[in-house]
Design a protein around this ligand. Structure first.
Ligand SMILES: O=C(O)C(=O)COP(=O)(O)O
Length: 309
């Protein structure tokens, strides 16, 4: 069987180089459409993807030779893992390649919120010099609650070490991970002690819309809320309602509930988010830096080398 890989997204060329060195034939087609992919995928043993479209049953059904999906990134939510497992199609991903980017981005959002960077900068550009209105908070001494202690959550904890904060972390599927960077706690302790909530969980059936009004209700102190994970995990209307009531002091969102830019007038919460100067929005670039672009492909190529066909 020929060992052909189809790349359907923009991956750093190092992936292709290393795959060729491993004996694969590689078609690098970052502009290929879904329809075109479905027409040709039968010829390939592997497909390398980011998040252009879902790798689902329809695709697996026309890919009899497919042995692996290589996800150039962390999240596997755009891949139907149940069908892949059933057909013995291996999934590899590369969270090691963009966890530094995500951790730095999350802390960047947090510091921006705590110091009113967005509002202060905007005011100065509009001729306003307001020191009192832009007084900030310090991270030092605060308790940062990390939910999800996988690659991303752990990196976030490590990066926070220099800020002299108290880092507590909860992971539903992991125990025994307390270390010098984070103390493992229950969700009850997260809601009791956190001044900051940062999400680092994957999007699954279970986590979709998990962070909703009921979730925020239990937090005891006003919090800064950071989401660099997936927008669909969070009910944005609940975030906005809790900002109004003062329970959420600021929200740093790298991801939106709709994932893509909502169409004009499509989502009322989007207008509210944009109008709120305690919200900072970035277009899902937390894990997407000039540095991670290469690192992701290097990690993916290392994992490709481990695959036995
Ligand atoms: O690695 C991840 O999970 C990301 O969120 C990055 O998504 P992307 O591959 O840049 O669409």
């Amino acid at each position: 069987m020929s060992k052909k890989i189809l790349i359907i997204d923009d991956l750093h060329p190092v992936f292709k180089e290393r795959a060729i060195a491993l004996g694969f034939e590689v078609d690098d087609k970052p502009l290929i459409t879904r329809t075109e992919t479905l027409a040709v995928i039968k010829d390939y043993v592997g497909i390398a993807v980011r998040t252009k479209f879902r790798i689902d049953k329809e695709l697996f059904d026309v890919a009899p030779n497919l042995r692996f999906v290589a996800r150039a990134g962390a999240g596997l939510d755009n891949i139907d893992d149940a069908v892949a497992n059933e057909r013995n199609i291996k999934l590899i991903n590369a969270p090691e390649g963009n966890r530094d980017a995500v951790g730095e981005h999350a802390i960047g959002l947090l510091l921006s919120l705590m110091n009113n960077f967005r509002n202060a900068d905007n005011e100065i550009r509009n001729g306003v010099w307001d020191r009192e209105g832009n007084r900030g908070y310090e991270l030092k001494g605060k308790t940062v609650g990390i939910v999800g202690y996988g690659f991303m959550g752990e990196k976030m904890a490590r990066k926070l070490a220099g800020f002299e904060v108290n880092v507590i972390a909860y992971d539903k599927y992991k125990t025994g991970f307390s270390n010098e960077f984070a103390r493992e706690v229950s969700m009850e302790e997260i809601v009791k002690h956190s001044d900051v909530l940062s999400l680092h969980i994957p999007l699954t059936k279970e986590t979709r819309q998990m962070v909703n009004g009921e979730y925020f209700y239990h937090f005891k102190k006003p919090i800064f809320f950071i989401n660099t994970a997936r927008g669909e995990i969070v009910n944005t209307s609940a975030v906005l309602a809790n900002m109004k009531s003062g329970k959420i002091l600021g929200a740093g969102l790298d991801v939106l509930e709709t994932e893509k830019f909502p169409a004009l007038g499509e989502q009322p919460w989007f207008d509210e988010l944009k109008a709120n100067d305690k919200v900072i929005l970035t277009p899902h670039v937390g894990g997407w830096t000039f540095d991670s672009y290469r690192k992701i492909s290097e990690v993916l190529a290392e994992k490709l080398a481990e695959i036995k066909l």
